[in-house]
Ligand binder design. Structure first.
Ligand code: NAP
Ligand code: MG
Length: 486
């Protein structure tokens, strides 16, 4: 990145124009690998958020009247622009939140694919014919947009999550106001630039940056926002859900996880080790679907543990922009502190630290927020590190005697986002599929990993029980009209 872009202030995108906030207040977006300033984002005011909502409300009237195909053309164009700028945007993502460049590139490519998937959705079926009891009548359902959709996103997938909310919202005829996580607002602004270059009509898509407590709250409370889609922590999600419910707005919350991987005695251990490492430590463990508990049948415990530790020792930690680095820093200082405090809790509560556990310091790490990939063993289900989402590169090994015990332990948390098992036994696979309380169950595959054409979301406290992506998105972003014609 040039010096110029490094120090640029990124503005709000309001009614088709890049607009400065009246607050005059900006926040530096820092690179967690070295504390460099990536750029500045505005701390906007509630008034600016309200202006964005009112622009979105006006623009939606014409937007909803376009054909699905016409709306889809804008998404196709935005996909092409994003594809062309993929390297630049991926690099920005790595600088803003630390994930390695190959991961950032993969995520950006996914953003392109999501846009193309939903571009086509404008041409797919929007209802059903239902036989009426009246032979002279035609009865059918049709799907209509909700109006203005508020989008609130976290920092861990700065391209994919905004796009997997914006794209379906738009294709079904809604207009959008997005408030991204301040941590990765520059990457989001670059995504919005792709829509601008695609010629999206003014007001259909608006971006307002600022703090969650001001801008996120104002978006939740604005009576002209018909629906809110949120991904982030449970604490914030619940508050947004309550706010939306209080004024009768539709809401969708995707929140935390405490995702287990079960390693059965008959598992391919090499595969299980590989999946555990990838699921737990990619993106520095900062995925809602990251593996954080590894539940192992005692018969293979020692062998599995040995292989796992040997592989973890090979993980290279550093600046995600550098070649040969496998794991980047935590996304910011407060995230690092949270991770270290969970490690301390693990030690205090009697878990045994097997490897890692420390902040990385010295030379290459000096100004960054790096922590070692960490494994605890002798973990039991009551311990804090077995219950709470850490959102960092920390796993808890739990030993069990039987597969039944494994599933019981796996379910013994308030979350239910994703779960995985390694086994070669078909009966074990089927029991796992049936008994596991999770929205995503994966067999002989890591807990993290989402395909954009399939429903995504959690059970229990991981979600508001709605689903995102694929065809499931239609349920949230539209309302059903039942039509009766005589
Ligand atoms: P977060 O703190 O909940 O923030 C998420 C978003 O909400 C940010 O844009 C934040 O703004 C905003 N916000 C904060 N307070 C608000 C308020 N009072 N009203 C409205 N909005 C408010 O979460 P995070 O730390 O960014 O992300 C990590 C969490 O996301 C983890 O728990 C992870 O599991 C979860 N996650 C879940 C999924 C899933 O699909 N289930 C996917 C990815 C991540 P700021 O910019 O001010 O922070
Ligand atoms: Mg940052």
């Amino acid at each position: 990145m040039t010096i110029e872009t490094k120090t640029k202030t990124y503005l709000n995108f309001l009614n088709g124009q890049w607009a400065a906030s009246s607050s005059g207040e900006v926040q530096a977006s820092l690179n967690p690998a070295n504390s460099d300033v990536v750029g500045y984002v505005q701390m906007s005011t509630k008034e600016e958020l309200d202006q964005a909502v009112s622009a979105a409300k006006s623009a939606q009237i014409a937007w909803r009247k376009l054909s699905g195909n016409e709306r889809g053309n804008y998404l196709h164009k935005a996909a092409n622009v994003l594809e062309r700028k993929a390297d630049e945007i991926a690099e920005c993502m790595t600088r803003e939140m630390g994930k390695t460049l190959p991961e950032a590139k993969g995520e950006t490519a996914r953003g392109v694919a999501i846009l193309r998937y939903y571009a086509g959705e404008g041409m797919r079926k929007a209802g059903d014919v239902i036989p009426s009891t009246d032979r002279k009548a035609l009865m059918f359902t049709s799907r209509v947009p909700l109006g203005v959709v508020g989008v609130i996103t976290p920092w861990n997938f700065p391209v994919a999550i905004p796009i997997w909310k914006i794209a379906p919202a738009l294709i079904y005829g809604n207009s959008v106001v997005i408030k991204p996580a301040q941590e990765t607002a520059i990457t989001c602004a670059k995504v919005i630039e792709c829509f601008e270059e695609a010629g999206i009509p003014a007001g259909v898509l608006n971006l307002v940056t600022g703090s969650g407590s001001v801008i996120g709250q104002a978006l939740t409370d604005n009576p002209d926002v018909n629906a809110i889609t949120f991904t982030g922590s449970n604490e914030v999600g619940k508050r947004i859900g309550q706010g939306a419910l209080a004024r009768g707005a539709k809401y969708q919350l995707e929140m935390g996880g405490k995702n287990p991987v079960i390693v059965a005695a008959d598992a391919d251990l090499e595969l299980a080790v590989e999946g555990t490492i990838s699921g737990a430590f990619k993106s520095t463990g900062q995925k809602c679907t990251a593996t954080s508990r590894v539940i192992v049948e005692s018969k293979v415990y020692e062998t599995f543990k040995e292989k796992l530790v040997a592989k973890v020792k090979e993980i290279t930690v550093g600046d995600g922009l550098k070649e040969g680095i496998w794991m980047g820093p935590c996304a910011n200082e407060s995230q690092l502190k949270t991770v270290l405090s969970y490690i301390e809790k693990g030690n205090q509560e009697g878990a045994a630290l097997l490897i890692g556990g420390k902040q990385l310091t010295g030379d290459a790490y000096e100004k960054g927020f790096f922590v070692e990939p960490t494994i605890f063993e002798n973990v039991t289900s009551e311990m804090t590190i077995a219950q709470e989402e850490i959102f960092g590169p920390v796993i808890a090994l739990i030993q069990v005697d039987t597969l039944l015990d494994a599933i019981e332990v796996a379910n013994d948390v308030k979350f239910g986002l994703s779960a995985s098992i390694y086994t070669s036994n078909i009966q074990s696979m089927l029991s796992f599929v049936e008994e596991m309380e999770a929205g995503l169950v994966r067999i002989n595959a890591e807990s993290a990993g989402v395909e954009l054409q399939a429903p995504f979301g959690g059970m229990k406290q991981s979600s508001s029980h709605s689903r995102e992506q694929g065809e499931a998105a239609k349920e949230f972003f539209t309302a059903i009209k039942t039509v009766f014609i005589k």
